[in-house]
Design a protein around this ligand. Sequence first.
Ligand code: FE2
Length: 167
Amino acid sequence: MKLMSAHIEDLRTLYISHLKMALDMEQKITKALPDLIENAADTDLATAFTNHLEETKGHVASVASLLESNAGEAESETCKVVGALATAAADTIKDVTDPSIRDIALIGAAQQVEHHEIAVYGTLRRWAEILGLEADAQVLESIEAEEEAADELLTEISERVNFVAAV
Ligand SMILES: [Fe+2]
C-alpha cells in the first residue's frame, strides 16, 4: 500500500512537471503563430492559423488554471520540442520564397507541432485519469480534440495547396 501511494505521488509530480511544459509549449505557439499568419499566402490557411491562435490563447489559460489548482501557481518549464519546431518554422519562412511551396512548408511545420500537442495532451489526459483527476481529464480531452480538429483542417487545406504547388 505504501509503495503504491509512493508511485502515485511520483506520477503526480511527473504530471505537474509535464503540465508546466505544456504551458510553455502553448506560450511558445502563441508567439510563433503570428509569423505563420503573416506569411501564409493562402487565405484559408491564414484563417486557420488565426483561429488556432485564438484557441491556443484558450489553451494557455486552461493549462494555467490546471496548474493553479494542482500546484498553487502557474509556473512553466521549458518545452524543448516546440522550441526546436518553432525555430524550424522560422527558418522555413526565411528560406522558402515561392508562396505556394512556402504554404506547404508552413502546413508541414504546423502539423509537426499539432502532432506533438496531441501526444502531450493524450499522455496528460491518461495520467489525470490514473490520478483520479476527472475534471482535469475532461479539460485535457477538450484541448486534445481542438488540436486534432486543427490538424485535420490543415490536412484538408494541404490537399488543395499541394495541388496548386504541383501545377
Ligand atoms: Fe494548443
